[in-house]
Design a protein around this ligand. Structure first.
Ligand SMILES: [Zn+2]
Length: 94
């Protein structure tokens, strides 16, 4: 058994909406709650979306389903999809 991934990726549930999330430690040392399902992304297309890689790096990219064209996979920050996101966004207007 390998615990390699678990060091940076801790499963949990959102305290606002109860959705399954993972905590990913970013390069800045903060833990970021992300949707539990990984997504494929490419940086060759648009940059409308933001994902966090397993390495804790935030990337502006396009989320795609075509694995052939994907640069890799990452996780979507949960506050983008959380119905209770107000909590997260306090003081950070887009
Ligand atoms: Zn939530």
């Amino acid at each position: 058994m390998s615990a390699r991934v678990q060091a940076v990726c801790r499963k949990s549930r959102c305290q606002s909406c109860g959705a399954p999330i993972v905590w990913i430690k970013t390069v800045s040392g903060k833990s970021m709650p992300c949707d539990a399902s990984p997504v494929y992304y490419t940086t060759a297309g648009g940059d409308d979306s933001k994902i966090v890689t397993m390495d804790g790096i935030t990337i502006s990219c396009e989320i795609i389903t075509d694995t052939e064209k994907a640069d890799g996979f990452g996780y979507i920050p949960h506050w983008g999809s959380c119905p209770g996101a107000d909590k997260f966004k306090k003081g950070a207007k887009p």
